[in-house]
Design a protein around this ligand. Structure first.
Ligand SMILES: Cc1cc2nc3c(=O)[nH]c(=O)nc-3n(C[C@H](O)[C@H](O)[C@H](O)COP(=O)(O)O)c2cc1C
Length: 396
């Protein structure tokens, strides 16, 4: 769903992540949304209104008691103008003030005066985030229908590790689309597997590959943003999404096989983006293998089940089963062969050399022919794939 001409009020509060609101404003403008920014007084300590005015081409609003703005675009008019309010970053303070119905500055007054959906992306130090006051405020806001997106886990601006980092801008954009009624996949169940698998040799060593799981992750976010009931079967290292979806964490190919078959029975769509290990160790060593002077070690590998082929053979198989094939040469020919062998409805061939990179590209192959998909960011590639998969229904 496009954000073209959607009226989005971007609220910016005073936290370190305020600098990311400039990039968010830029992305929204790029997608041709209409953006108006409202800053708290503290936000102006972190980023200047001038930056946001230059990016959006619109006056930035920051004062409740301002005669000029009240005449031109006062708080009530701003509240009525917006179709969606996004507060990013949302400080602990703004969460608290809005949870308790305060209206002591322009942003919180607009939040009270508005009746449109509100999205808040908290960002703060992990102790502030886990504080019982913040958690109680967030629970209260959620109860009232405000969508809290994030925060993510990771390294924070204060140098600590933990939960409190503002979610990714892609996640925020997907959440906005969902809020604005992107719902054409409502009623459908999409199951997507993503990431590498780990085949344990002993307690500490694993056989794996370079897949990051980001393409499957972005596809799952795009499906969730369009209202699909989404199940992401995630191998190790796949990023976590703040969008509404079910996630099943797995490690080995056998675990992924079981989880996918359970989730895909009766689903509408199954997309196999995961780079599942073809082989596992015939025997798993207890504890840690000791080198003990050996120059060579022989290991025996046994073949793993073919997940996408087994999903395509389920008694109540999904209507659309899409496989992926990472090939080094003769991409289209080899992938088409695989499509027939596996009994899937379409296959995406891509270059194995590109595994783990920031970009994705390849070929979409189905019974009607081949379409080349040029290399682009994984977010954009996932959106293109979603379009193709969603349209397969109409073409059938
Ligand atoms: C350097 C600095 C960084 C800060 N970063 C954050 C932050 O990331 N998140 C947060 O909730 N508060 C942060 N604060 C505290 C807020 O700025 C403070 O609570 C302020 O009152 C928030 O005002 P506002 O919610 O009206 O924007 C920071 C303060 C300072 C001095």
């Amino acid at each position: 769903m496009s954000l073209y001409r959607r009226r989005i009020l971007l609220g910016i509060a005073g936290g370190i992540a305020a600098y990311r609101s400039a990039e968010l404003a830029r992305l929204l403008v790029k997608q041709q949304a209409e953006v108006r920014c409202v800053m708290t007084r503290s936000a102006k300590e972190f980023i200047t209104p001038l930056t946001l005015e230059a990016l959006t081409g619109e006056t930035v609003h920051d004062e409740l008691f301002d005669l000029t703005t009240e005449r031109e675009m006062g708080h009530i008019r701003l509240a009525r103008w917006a179709e969606l309010i996004v507060v990013a970053p949302a400080t602990a303070d703004v969460l608290a003030r809005h949870a308790h119905g305060m209206a002591d500055d322009l942003l919180t007054t607009i939040l009270l005066a508005s009746q449109v959906p509100v999205l808040m992306a908290p960002a703060m130090n992990q102790a502030m985030w886990s504080h019982p006051s913040t958690q109680a405020n967030v629970a209260l806001l959620r109860e009232r229908g405000i969508q809290i997106v994030g925060p993510d886990c990771g390294e924070l601006a204060c140098g600590e590790q933990g939960s409190g980092r503002m979610c990714s801008l892609e996640t925020l954009l997907a959440a906005m689309r969902l809020c604005l009624g992107g719902g054409r996949l409502r009623g459908e169940r999409w199951v997507i597997n993503a990431g590498p698998t780990w085949e344990a040799w002993d307690r500490v060593r694993v056989l794996t590959n370079r897949a990051s799981g980001r393409l499957g992750f972005h596809l799952a976010e795009a499906a969730a943003a369009e209202g699909a009931e989404t199940i992401l079967v995630a191998g190790p290292g796949v990023p976590r999404s703040s969008l509404p979806m079910r996630r099943v964490d797995v490690e080995s190919a056998l675990e992924m096989h079981r989880a996918c078959l359970d989730a895909a029975e009766g689903a509408d769509v199954f997309v196999a983006t995961a780079a599942v290990s073809d082989y596992r160790f015939a025997e798993r060593i207890e504890g840690k293998h000791k080198r003990a002077g050996r120059q060579t070690v022989r290991v025996e590998l046994v073949v793993n089940p073919d997940i996408v082929a087994d999903v395509a053979r389920l008694p109540r198989r999904p209507d659309r089963v899409i496989a992926f094939a990472a090939e080094c040469r003769e991409h289209v020919h080899s992938a088409r062969q695989k499509m027939l062998e596996k009994g899937v409805d379409a296959i995406v061939a891509n270059d194995a050399e590109r595994m783990g990179s920031e970009e994705a590209g390849g070929w979409w192959i189905d019974e009607r022919g081949v379409v080349e998909l040029s290399a682009t960011s994984k977010v954009h590639f996932a959106e293109q794939l979603l379009e193709r998969i969603a349209c397969m229904e109409d073409e059938a």
